[in-house]
Ligand binder design. Structure first.
Ligand code: IMP
Ligand code: MG
Length: 184
């Protein structure tokens, strides 16, 4: 038995399903940005990392990557505070460039709303969102999502970049957490 199994309620999206969908998204992005010479994927740390690295491997259009880190959750807190802090900004100047934000999950929408408003001020030529997961019933702010992997129900999930109290981001699938889970 692996240590993570005690926290898993059920595997919500298995590895094959995830990889197939990421492949479809990679193809879709590549088609839409065909001929684009200045595409920049902006990965939101830390949850978006696994999605980014798989997505870019499935893309055929040339692109650069950059990272930014934000925080909207305290450790162990399950609800977005609505207060977003920039922990690490981009190193790339995005003015006049086509930017695609790669995010793990959209919950309330507070985090992406903040990021979108901040990046829009820097006047990119294009600014779109690619999110692996979305919980539409939790949305407080409407977010224009150009590419979406899966809509999911209002359940806390972890794996494939998403953490359960900072662990288990390495799991190749997305799982729901057991209802009797308590933080260590
Ligand atoms: P939002 O600002 O409420 O949309 O929250 C977005 C951020 O909260 C995501 O980027 C995740 O880091 C985190 N988050 C939201 N739901 C989950 C979840 O079910 N598991 C792990 N992290 C989550
Ligand atoms: Mg995140």
């Amino acid at each position: 038995m692996h240590a993570y199994e005690q926290y898993v309620d059920k595997v919500l999206i298995d590895e094959g399903t995830l990889q197939r969908r990421v492949g479809e998204l990679g193809a879709e992005v590549s088609r839409d940005y065909a001929g684009c010479e200045d595409l920049l994927l902006v990965c939101v740390l830390r949850g978006g990392v696994l999605f980014l690295t798989d997505l870019m491997r499935r893309m055929t259009v040339p692109h650069e990557i950059d990272f930014m880190a934000v925080s909207s959750y305290g450790v162990g807190v399950r609800d977005s505070s609505g207060v977003v802090r920039i922990l690490m900004d981009l190193r790339t100047n995005i003015e006049g460039r086509h930017v695609l934000i790669v995010e793990d999950i959209i919950d309330s929408g507070n985090t992406l709303d903040y990021i979108l408003r901040m990046l829009r001020e820097r006047r990119p030529a294009g600014l779109e969102v690619c999110a692996l997961l979305s919980k539409p019933t939790r949305r407080q702010i409407d977010i224009p999502v150009r590419y979406l992997g899966f809509d999911i129900a209002d359940e806390f999930v972890f794996g494939y970049g998403l953490d359960l109290d900072e662990r288990w981001r390495n799991l190749p699938f997305v799982a729901t957490v057991r209802s009797d889970y308590t933080e260590s």
